[in-house]
Design a protein around this ligand. Structure first.
Ligand SMILES: [Zn+2]
Length: 399
């Protein structure tokens, strides 16, 4: 049995407790969260830390397999430019020659960074099995989203079969935590959508779809023009011109109503549009990746409006191609810096419990409650006057 205390404990499931104590067993399972009063017996053998103790972070959206692209993509390219830059980077001579080693090393380093900065669970997008071995060697919980995309309608069958192979490989090792998922409303041909739709409907998959990440997405779906169309044409990718569609129209047409849905980014979606989807899919979570949105489109989603609309919000880092680190605390700080009307407590819940609920793991992760094993994270450099983290704050795992 071990006891941890700090200036404040943030259980997330209840208000912060000043000088509270978290008691855990030898396996890290929480026994009690309490205020010790003045009892010397309760204070005895307690490790006290300066700062606040919070549950381990749940990163709801990442692409670990892009970790080797850290710092390689310029800012403000827009989504079409970003996709172009990623495609080019993935095909450079250096990349092709050293692919295995380069990617492997970067993935292992990225997972280590997650562990060091207090992340205990991750929803990770995978287009290949590059991350499989490194994930198996980590204590972090991974939900693997095997992401399908492809615009050439004539190749729908072979594209689908290719991703199904990756899915089977992950499924063998991560049985309950692997889903097949569509990439976005704008990157999938109709025949491919039909195959995905049938598969995810049958298995009631947890779906994680990039949504409303750019204005270009709305334009492309509306009339097949704009930066995405230009990008596809210049890359020689055959595609059928969409007509009069909306992102929410595409999702509601192809994603079965029994699926639990995570909508990633939502930068250009008004709250009503997301509420419309949340009414169709009862367990919808909107996931924000603030640093990535600022790098690619120079804009953040209207998070205070999402909050007042009652949407479930979770936080992801996105990949190191569009984020400078995989620290969830730095994502929290970016949100608080841009939206000072939000409180640390509130945004902390997005970064922990809401992400755990979205991934279906809240019986273990996300809050400090008896019976859970959520990990304990110490945040130092905390501003106690305003009760929030600061840019100087650091997060590290205690257990
Ligand atoms: Zn993403």
């Amino acid at each position: 049995m071990h006891r941890f205390s700090a200036n404040y404990i943030f259980p997330v499931s209840q208000p912060p407790i000043r000088n509270g104590v978290v008691e855990v067993d030898d396996d890290g399972v929480i026994m009690r969260v309490f205020h010790p009063g003045n009892s010397p017996k309760e204070i005895h053998s307690t490790e006290f830390y300066n700062g606040v103790i919070v549950p381990g972070f749940v990163n709801a959206h990442c692409h670990l397999e892009l970790s080797h692209l850290r710092g390689k993509i310029p800012k403000n390219l827009g989504i079409a430019g970003f996709i172009k830059a990623i495609t080019e980077q993935r095909g450079t001579d250096e990349e092709v020659q050293n692919h295995g080693e380069l990617v492997e090393r970067a993935i292992a380093g990225a997972i280590h960074e997650m562990e060091q900065t207090g992340t205990v669970a991750v929803g990770d997008i995978s287009n290949s099995a590059d991350t499989l071995l490194a994930k198996l060697q980590s204590d972090i919980y991974f939900h693997n989203f095997i992401e399908v995309f492809g615009l050439n309608p004539n190749e729908a069958q072979s594209i689908f079969e290719g991703y199904l192979e990756v899915y089977e490989v992950f499924k063998q090792k991560f049985c309950g935590s692997t889903s097949l998922t569509p990439h976005s409303p704008y990157s999938i041909s109709q025949p491919l959508w039909e195959k995905i739709s049938e598969f995810i409907g049958k298995s009631k998959e947890l779906v994680s779809i990039h949504y409303a990440e750019s204005a270009a997405e709305y334009q492309f779906l509306q009339d097949g023009t704009g930066p995405l169309s230009d990008r596809y044409q210049s890359a020689g990718i055959p595609f059928c011109k969409p007509q009069g569609l909306t992102p929410r129209g595409v999702v509601s047409r192809y994603v079965n109503r029994d699926c639990k849905v995570m909508l990633i980014h939502n930068t250009f979606a008004p709250a009503e549009e997301l509420s419309w989807l949340a009414a169709i899919y009862p367990q919808t979570t909107v996931v924000t990746c603030p640093e990535s949105n600022l790098l690619i489109e120079g804009k953040l989603p209207n998070l205070p409006e999402f909050e007042t609309s009652g949407l479930n919000i979770a936080i992801g880092t996105d990949s190191l191609a569009s984020s400078s680190s995989l620290s969830m605390l730095s994502q929290i700080n970016i949100i608080l810096q841009h939206f000072p009307q939000l409180t640390f407590s509130n945004v902390l819940q997005w970064a922990t419990l809401n992400g755990a609920e979205a991934l279906g793991i809240s019986s273990t992760y996300g809050s400090l409650e008896p019976g859970k094993k959520p990990g304990l994270v110490l945040i130092t450099g905390f501003d106690f006057r305003n009760m929030c983290a600061t840019p100087q704050s650091l997060a590290k795992r205690l257990i």
